[in-house]
Design a protein around this ligand. Structure first.
Ligand SMILES: Nc1ncnc2c1ncn2[C@@H]1O[C@H](COP(=O)(O)OP(=O)(O)O)[C@@H](O)[C@H]1O
Ligand SMILES: [Mg+2]
Length: 234
């Protein structure tokens, strides 16, 4: 039920999407928003404008008051909560501002986590060699040195931790990567480095990337730039 239809469809396709936090006026009211498969989109908007709320809706973590979200051809708004969780585990990779790494796990164990939660995602790993794929992704994100792998993540710098979080999101080739202000804690040079590596790997894996940030300086690196205000009537 959670497998996407084999026909061509967008990575993300949201229609008539309305959301209000309890007791507040709507923060999201979007007629239509879509991201093509493999497309890398930068969505900008000031703090408090609803970017994280929109990502919560697109990821199926929040339920819209109205509207429909189709991911890779599956209408996730028609799924049960359990089915939605499974779909998310299989097809979405999240990168958060605060990384959300598990502090008592090693670097490699953090990267391999999605495979534990989603057998379908593990099954997409070439040759089934999880550790090899974890190492490949870490190297693709600039953490190629093997002495990183078994270290606790907490011993890494902030910039290195964010690369670990990106490798984790990319594991098992999810069709969609969602990044919520992932560069806010990085300085300008590491921001651009990080972003180039992330975008290259999304291209290699053919994952769509929806990247939200209030930092407009990164926009030109993307296939498409959009302001939340352009699509939001709220
Ligand atoms: N958990 C929450 N409960 C209530 N209101 C919230 C919650 N999260 C966000 N909001 C409100 O929704 C609006 C948009 O917030 P958010 O989506 O976090 O914006 P952004 O990510 O662009 O900074 C803000 O007014 C914020 O106060
Ligand atoms: Mg936010």
């Amino acid at each position: 039920m959670s497998s996407p239809s084999p026909s061509y469809s967008a990575a993300i396709d949201a229609t008539d999407l309305l959301y209000a936090w309890p007791g507040k006026s709507p923060v999201i009211d979007i007629a239509h928003f879509s991201v093509a498969r493999g497309e890398r989109v930068f969505l900008r908007g000031p703090s408090g404008s609803g970017k994280s709320t929109l990502l919560g809706l697109l990821g199926g973590v929040l339920n819209p008051a109205r509207g429909r979200v189709c991911l890779l051809g599956t209408d996730i708004t028609a799924l049960s909560a359990g089915e939605r969780d499974r779909f998310r585990g299989e097809h979405l990779g999240f990168i958060f501002q605060m990384f959300n790494l598990i502090p008592y796990l090693s670097v490699l164990e953090n990267v391999l986590l999605p495979a534990q939660f989603s057998p379908a995602r593990a099954s997409r790993i070439p040759g089934g060699d999880l550790a090899a794929e974890g190492r490949r992704l870490l190297a693709a994100l600039g953490l190629g040195s093997t002495d990183f792998l078994d270290r606790p993540v907490t011993e890494l710098s902030i910039g290195q931790q964010q690369r670990v979080a990106a490798a984790r999101a990319l594991l098992g080739r999810p069709g969609i990567i969602v990044a919520d202000e992932p560069t806010s804690s990085l300085d300008y040079d590491s921001r651009e480095d990080f972003l180039r590596l992330l975008m290259n790997e999304c291209k290699t894996q053919e994952s769509a990337l929806l990247f939200v940030s209030h930092d407009t300086s990164l926009g030109p690196l993307f296939d498409r730039n959009l302001s939340l205000r352009e699509i939001n009537r709220a």
